[in-house]
Design a protein around this ligand. Structure first.
Ligand code: SAH
Length: 343
């Protein structure tokens, strides 16, 4: 990190950097001196911390961390000449809805958050992945010794040594915290890692006119189990088994449900009824709340999902209503919108 003393670029006997703002009278850093300072540096992505910028978040930090060279310009007093902002600032970032005296603390905040993403800065790389906001979710609460302190116990499961139960507990706590404290985060969070192991896709088909191997690949990409393909017709089932060995072929949705251990959340995102259909955000929330298996169901024709009418069933409408989209693409869109990874 290289700190540039803006004063070195001041003009005249007093090394003047700022001047009265036209019309209001506060002090403003002048554009020519700012430009001299900028020109003294190797070109880079120029950030101006300002209460008028976009509100900072982890994605912005990640974006900055990928830049070869970041230049942060710290304002003071009333700020900097707007014409300089227009011409040379790539991004204005606010650290919150409050006004500070200068950009130095925001610059420290931004560089500190960026530095955590540099491998080796934080001890365990995995710890960063599980931190708040990394996947758009809050972290689980943390505890250390002593196990009992002022009558308060550490949650028992953490002392159990059972890795699987501990990781389940941590997932559930992260979900609970995010849903109660910051439900607004869910819309952009990558939720796949927080759901139970068993999440799958089931498709009802009427003919083999669908890109099933594409669907199998999609399921692999989103860490889902092998997709279920439901076909009433026996010859169609035989065909699918031949064309697409990666699929689990069954005669009805009921058979799919029989394969699960109960407590399944069924998510419909295509097919007929849009009544009671939920917003994407609400579907993600319900998936996170559900502690068990999840099956996303799709059908080649509108009535294909009629045989499903379960208590634990939710419907969302994720596509443009008037546009017909091939089923494999619908599945891709649904998986991306609900489980998509923003990293
Ligand atoms: N007149 C300006 C405020 C200037 S505050 C306005 O009302 O928008 C002086 C400097 O402090 C700014 O130039 C900026 O670099 C920094 N600063 C103040 N509050 C900030 C915030 N919330 N986020 C980021 N930078 C801030």
């Amino acid at each position: 990190m290289n700190v540039v003393n803006f004063r070195d670029f001041g003009r005249g006997n007093y090394k003047q950097l700022d001047d009265y703002a036209f019309g209001s009278g506060g002090m403003v850093f002048a554009a020519p001196q700012l430009k001299d300072a900028l020109n003294s540096l190797k070109p880079g992505f120029v950030v101006y911390p300002s209460p008028q910028g976009v509100l900072i978040n982890q994605e912005i930090i990640e974006t900055l961390a990928h830049q070869e060279h970041v230049i942060i310009i710290c304002g003071h007093y009333e700020g900097i000449d707007e014409r300089f902002t227009e011409k040379y600032i790539d991004l204005e970032i606010s650290i919150g809805d409050c006004v500070l005296t200068g950009g130095e603390i925001p610059a420290m905040l931004i560089t500190d958050a960026m530095s955590r993403l540099v491998p080796g800065v934080v001890g365990k790389g995995k710890a960063v992945i599980e931190d708040s906001f990394y996947r758009g979710m809050l972290d689980n609460p943390n505890y250390t010794r002593p196990a009992t302190w002022e009558d308060l116990e550490v949650p028992e499961v953490l002392l159990s040594g059972n890795e699987k139960e501990i990781s389940r507990w941590r997932r559930r706590e992260a979900i609970r915290r995010t849903l109660t404290r910051r439900p607004d985060l869910i819309s952009r969070a990558s939720i796949r890692e927080y759901l139970s192991e068993k999440v799958s896709v089931a498709i009802k088909i009427e003919d083999s006119n669908i890109n099933l191997s594409g669907v199998v690949e999609l399921c692999e990409a989103y860490k889902l189990g092998r997709p279920f393909v439901v076909a009433h017709d026996k010859t169609l089932r035989e065909d699918v088994k031949k064309i697409c060995p990666g699929a689990k072929v069954l005669g009805s949705f009921r058979k799919v449900l029989e394969k699960s251990e109960g407590n399944v959340l069924i998510v419909k995102t295509s097919g007929g009824a849009v009544i009671n259909s939920l917003h994407t955000l609400e579907i993600k929330r319900r998936c996170l709340e559900h502690d068990g298996e999840i099956i996303f169901v799709f059908a080649q024709n509108d009535s294909g999902l009629d045989e499903l009418n379960e208590r634990n069933e939710i419907t969302g409408y994720l596509y443009e209503r008037d546009i017909k989209i091939p089923l494999d693409l619908q599945i891709g869109i649904a998986l991306d919108r609900l489980l998509g990874n923003r990293n």
